[in-house]
Design a protein. Sequence first.
Length: 256
Amino acid sequence: MSTTTPLHFGPSDAPLFGTYHGPGAPRPSSPGIVLCPPFGTEHLLSHALLLRVADTLAQEGYHVLRFDWTGSGDSAGDAEQVRLATWSADLEAALDELRDMSGSNRLAVIGTGLGSAVAVQVAASRRDIRQVVAWDPVIRGADYLRWLSHVAREPAVLDAGRRDLVGVFGVPMPAPFRQEVMELDLTAQAAALGTRLTLVAIPSALGVFGAIPSANRIALPEDVGTMERALRSGHIMLEHRVSEALLAAIRQSVPC
């Protein structure tokens, strides 16, 4: 039977909150997986689904760590001061914590939405990350913000001249953070990862990643529940087909 352990880790003056899902009968080769959540309301709507994914993987023998980014959830920090570099440091700390807790040297990162962008950034500089699985991947930040502005019906997300906070589904997105995301282009880093990167999305979304030819691709059913549908409806993502498709992608990319 798998175990679940809540914990704090990272800097003592600004600790991160996470939950470790440990396998009941770990093997020396059991992989360690860090789950990187998406931004804001996307995190809230996908929380239950990612919890289900973590529990299932632990039951199958994986070490899994879920965590909240600085300034979100139960982690310390001010959301108005968050930057992409902060999130990269968070992921670095999570990877080190999971390696220390599990003893596993087979590390992988599962990133969702904007969390996948941070996963690609960090994996580009860490060879101990064997695989990145990017669900609804964000490679070009400008594309993501255009999508978010459209779904949220909030044109201020794209207003580079606006220096105050912009609320996106009630979650603050400070101007410096928006600017960093707008300028983000991880095409080269994603392409350099080669087969260490697996892109997971519906077929119509996968078609935009032609500049990353060597990445693995796993297509979800076109009619499966998407983050856009969840945001528009305000309903949490619990569709069984979504979690099963994501689990299948992880098992294929990071075999236990």
